[in-house]
Design a protein around this ligand. Structure first.
Ligand SMILES: C[S@@+](CC[C@H](N)C(=O)[O-])C[C@H]1O[C@@H](n2cnc3c(N)ncnc32)[C@H](O)[C@@H]1O
Length: 305
C-alpha cells in the first residue's frame, strides 16, 4: 500500500529538535550525545547481533555486550521519565550454540532500574533451514520503561476480535457488548512477515525490520510530535514508522549507503509514494489442498492416528 502522506519533511544530519528527522552518519554514541537528557519518548532499535553481517565486525561476546551497555546507558539518559525503550534482538551464534541476546542484555536494563513491561515475540515465516536444531522463526522485543508512570495507549493498536460484537448472554449486562468496541489487545505474540526478497519494503539492507512492527510500538508508546530515537537506524524503518504518524525521529548508522536509502524512502513518503505493508494485514496462508492421489501415493491405506 502506498502511503497517503504527502507532506514537507525537514531533515538534518545533526540533531535539532525543530526538524522532523535527523539521520546522523557515524557511531550512534555521537548522536546520542547531541540529544538532551529526558527529551525522548521512545527508543526503538534492532542492534547488530554480532554474527558477522556485512555491517559488523564479529567481536568477543563480552566486548559486544560492553558496547551494548554503553549505548543502552546513553539511551537511558535521553529518555523522558514516561518513556520506553524497545530493544529488538535475536540470537548470537557461536559454533552452533545459540545465545539469546535479550537474556544477556536484561541485566543491563535491570541495573538501570528499568522495568520490563513485555517481552514481545515477533514470529515470522521465513529464514534459514537448520539441520542440527529447529529452524529459528522468532525474535523478541524487550520493552522497558524508565518509571512506573509510563505512557501507553492501547486504543490505536487494537485488533479485530475473533468474534466481534460478542454480547453478555445473561445477568444485568445481558445484551450489552462483552468485548471492547474498538477491538482487542494485540497480545504479546506478533505474526508479522520479515522483510525478505519479495516483501514490498525490501531494500538492499540484509536485516531491515518491517515498518508495521514499529508502527505498533510508536502508536502505543508515543503521542504526536514526540521524539523517537533509533541508535542503529539502518535504512530508516523506525523513522518512517514515526513520520507516518506525525512523530519526530532521530537515528544513526555507520554505513553511508544505508542512510542514502533511508533518505530516498523518506523522500518517497513525503511524495505520498512510499509502499509499506499495512500494520494489521493478516499473514498470507496459502490454501494447502492435499491432492488425494498424492496423499495415497505417500501413505497408502495406512491408518493415521
Ligand atoms: C540490524 S541493523 C538495523 C536495521 C534497521 N532496523 C532497519 O530496519 O533498517 C543494525 C545497523 O546498525 C548499524 N551499526 C553498526 N554499528 C553501529 C554503530 N556503532 N553506530 C551506528 N550504527 C551502527 C549497521 O550498519 C546496521 O545498519
Amino acid at each position: 500500500m502506498a502511503s497517503m502522506h504527502k507532506k514537507a519533511i525537514t531533515l538534518g544530519e545533526n540533531y535539532n529538535q525543530h526538524q522532523d528527522v535527523t539521520l546522523y552518519q557515524g557511531n550512534c554514541i555521537e548522536l546520542l550525545q547531541q540529544i538532551p537528557s529526558n527529551s525522548v519518548q521512545l527508543v526503538v532499535t534492532s542492534p547488530p547481533y554480532n554474527i558477522g553481517k556485512e555491517y559488523e565486525k564479529k567481536q568477543r561476546l563480552h566486548a559486544y555486550l560492553d558496547f551494548q551497555q554503553e549505548v543502552i546507558e546513553a539511551c537511558y539518559r535521553i529518555l523522558k521519565p514516561q518513556g520506553s525503550i524497545c530493544w529488538q534482538t535475536g540470537n548470537y551464534v557461536e559454533s552452533g550454540a545459540i545465545v539469546p541476546l535479550d537474556i544477556r542484555l536484561y541485566p543491563i536494563f535491570e541495573a538501570l532500574g528499568m522495568k520490563m513491561r513485555n517481552r514481545i515475540i515477533w514470529r515470522y515465516g521465513h529464514g534459514l533451514h537448520a539441520s542440527k536444531r529447529f529452524s529459528g522463526r522468532y525474535e523478541t522485543i524487550s520493552w522497558f520503561t524508565k518509571s512506573d508512570d509510563y505512557f501507553f495507549n492501547l486504543d490505536p493498536v487494537r485488533v479485530p476480535q475473533k468474534y466481534p460484537n460478542k454480547k453478555h448472554f445473561k445477568g444485568n449486562k445481558k445484551g450489552a457488548l462483552s468485548c471492547h468496541p474498538l477491538g482487542k489487545n494485540p497480545e504479546d505474540v506478533w505474526d508479522i512477515p520479515n522483510v525478505k526478497n519479495n516483501h514490498i519494503e525490501k531494500t538492499e539492507h540484509p536485516c531491515q525490520f518491517p515498518v508495521g512492527l514499529i508502527e505498533r510500538l510508536v502508536l502505543a508508546m508515543t503521542a504526536e510530535n514526540d521524539l523517537v530515537v533509533d541508535p542503529f537506524v539502518g535504512v530508516g524503518t523506525s523513522a518512517l514508522a514515526a513520520l507516518l504518524h506525525n512523530r519526530r525521529s532521530a537515528g544513526a548508522d555507520i554505513e553511508p549507503k544505508y542512510l542514502a536509502i533511508a533518505k530516498k524512502r523518506i523522500a518517497l513518503l513525503a511524495q505520498g509514494k512510499l509502499k509499506t505493508r499495512p500494520m494489521n494485514k493478516p499473514v498470507y496462508e496459502p490454501k494447502q489442498q492435499v491432492k488425494s492421489s498424492a496423499f495415497f501415493a505417500t501413505y497408502g491405506g495406512a491408518s493415521l492416528t
